[in-house]
Design a protein around this ligand. Structure first.
Ligand code: ZN
Length: 294
């Protein structure tokens, strides 16, 4: 069974189960592929497989470990993701110390959503990088004894957004990993990881979802056939994008696109700027800028 609502990727599921059954679990993995293909969700699923106590199918979804994993509240699981960088980067600064109660509540809410929909990105406002403080936090905790049996797993979402300092500190942990620990880095842009980290991880590629998978998800949401065709052609196998588009007024989207094309055809700069600027603003707020990590 699948603990999280994940689609397909049967080949990778079997591969991960085989490594577990043959006792060939690596210290570090790089789960990569285009956004919305499931590489982040399978990092969670593999953590559940590793810690499930069933002697039959893993994850079973019923044992105490699976129940805690289902809500991402397992003591053996540590999630790292981009957070807004605070000025204080001194070694004794615990990364969550400077957050307000409302910021912590917001992050908990985002993680709850991730547990419900593993395709949903963990997206914290103004978070563009993973700073060294979060890697120091791993170092502080990964060598301690866990209250739970099983594998300690650290998942670094969007690992390519680690700063240079964070990457170097993380590399040191990978060079001396504690026993019974697994690091799973996820990325849609793995070439931005430093080569020394890449070479220490076993890479597993998660391809975009097939057209038929997207087709059946959209059908189950009651989307008409003509809209499904348009959404699938625009979403490049990204489930998040397909769902976003399914909730968009497609007629309005088509009209706006035609209006932009007409303005480009007659090179009406003022109009092009007016039409494109709001779209660009949305893209930046969703994905951040393309600036290199500091
Ligand atoms: Zn289980």
């Amino acid at each position: 069974m699948s603990l999280f609502p994940l689609i397909n990727q049967d080949f990778n599921r079997k591969l991960l189960l085989n490594t577990l059954e043959n006792d060939r679990v690596a210290n570090a993995y790089l789960f990569y592929g285009p956004e919305g293909g499931g590489h982040e969700g399978f990092a969670l699923e593999f953590t559940a497989m590793l810690n499930c106590t069933s002697s039959n199918e893993r994850p079973c979804g019923k044992c105490p470990s699976c129940r805690k994993m289902k809500t991402l509240e397992h003591a053996n699981l540590q999630l790292i993701f981009p957070m807004p960088i605070k000025k204080d980067t001194s070694s004794d600064n615990k990364p969550f110390k400077s957050l307000s109660q409302s910021e912590i509540a917001e992050i908990q809410n985002i993680i709850r959503k991730k547990a419900e929909n593993p395709y949903e990105k963990i997206s914290i406002p103004n978070a563009k990088h993973i700073s060294i403080n979060f890697i120091r936090e791993i170092k502080r905790t990964i060598y301690l004894t866990s209250p739970e049996k099983g594998w300690k797993v650290v998942i670094v979402f969007d690992a390519h957004l680690m700063t240079e300092q964070a990457s170097n500190a993380f590399l040191k942990i990978l060079e001396e990993p504690p026993p019974k620990s697994v690091f799973i880095l996820t990325s849609s842009n793995p070439s931005n990881l430093i080569p020394t980290i890449q070479s220490r991880c076993q890479p597993i590629y998660f391809p975009p979802l097939s057209l038929s998978s997207l087709e059946s998800v959209l059908s189950s949401k009651g989307i008409t056939e003509s809209s499904r065709r348009l959404i699938i052609s625009l979403s490049s196998g990204d489930l998040n994008q397909a769902i976003d588009l399914s909730e968009t007024d497609l007629t309005k989207l088509k009209e706006s696109t035609l209006e932009i094309l007409r303005a480009i055809a007659v090179w009406n700069i003022e109009k092009i700027y007016k039409l494109i600027w709001p779209v660009q603003g949305k893209i930046i707020s969703k994905f951040g800028t393309q600036k290199n990590p500091v």
